[in-house]
Ligand binder design. Sequence first.
Ligand SMILES: Nc1ncnc2c1ncn2[C@@H]1O[C@H](COP(=O)(O)OP(=O)(O)OP(=O)(O)O)[C@@H](O)[C@H]1O
Ligand SMILES: [Mg+2]
Length: 369
Amino acid sequence: MNVERTAETGTNVAVSIAGVSKVYDRGGVAALSDVSLTIFQGEFFSLLGPSGCGKTSLLRIIGGFEQSTSGRVMIDGVDVGDTAPYARSTNMIFQHLALFPHMTVFENIAFGLRRKKMPNNEIADRVRGALALVRLADYGERMPDQLSGGQRQRVAMARAMVNEPSVLLLDEPLAALDLQLRIQMQEELRRLHKSTGRTFIYVTHDQGEAMSMSDRIGVMHGGRLQQVGTPEDIYNRPRTRFVASFIGHTNMLDGVVTSIGDEAFVRIDCKGVGLMAKSHGALTVGQPVTAAFRYERLKVAPAADPNVFASGRVVERIYLGQSIRLAVELTNGAVVTADLREAPEFSPVSVGDNVSLAIPPQSVVALTE
Ligand SMILES: Nc1ncnc2c1ncn2[C@@H]1O[C@H](COP(=O)(O)OP(=O)(O)OP(=O)(O)O)[C@@H](O)[C@H]1O
Ligand SMILES: [Mg+2]
């Protein structure tokens, strides 16, 4: 088998997507535009983005349930353009697919294996193994309506895992569960991923879920892949305004580059407020950019602090328990938000106060897209 390898890491590629676009016949919607992506074996990879951005479309194309309009998908080094879903080494847990209500849990899980005409004793072994994997060893004879929501999701997972797919495709499997159960199931999924060592491609529109579960995340918007990276990359080094605004709480000030410094630092003028920022690519003086920085990186500081970049008046103060959220109107009229965590620095601040705001240059990114 022709398995691709990356030069730096020597890690095997599980799924490689090259220039995939999708236009649906009905409605002529461009659901995916020129998506290219490499997912490694054993990786927990999440596709993250708002409703309608193309997550399900991409997952269905990987699983073979939908044809791409152009582009290529390789799984384990083989072009699967002409391979039917059941013949691929993938298995999908669908966004809206229930269990068969008239079959026991055991039969639900055995369904795919029976269709493959596997001998009965082998089916029994495999189903028992899959049930143990999702911690439902004693539930084989139950009917789906005798299970809780979380147990049903675990059966759906067992049903996908029992085929021993090398790649598991999960389309928002926890979206219907309440918060507490979702957190339990996130742990369950992480455990399953670890114990099976298989590749998981996980679709979610929940940034917290993607951040806490994934080795890497691909952020999608409007059918395009905006950025691919580790949770830390995506959070600390967003590449586009969309990624900066979709993940975490971000201040964004429009401005122009006024000078270029060392190590990719630039100086930006935002209508009279000057900021140092880190840039991703080559910028030129006079170029319009957006300075993006997280609420929690902004500090109220003594005026002499070297990272002070502006002063302003506190226009709102909200107590959030772990932090205090301040809205500060700068001298140029823009309003920025700071989440202050350490009690000594926020307790004396109240609405109407004048404060100096500080941020280290490495916590500000200059965005052009
Ligand atoms: N079968 C279809 N026929 C026509 N248009 C479709 C079809 N399926 C999806 N679309 C459109 O393609 C775009 C992407 O849809 P998709 O289901 O991939 O989004 P999604 O990111 O999974 O959204 P959600 O988070 O709501 O599940 C949407 O504009 C949707 O309306
Ligand atoms: Mg979807």
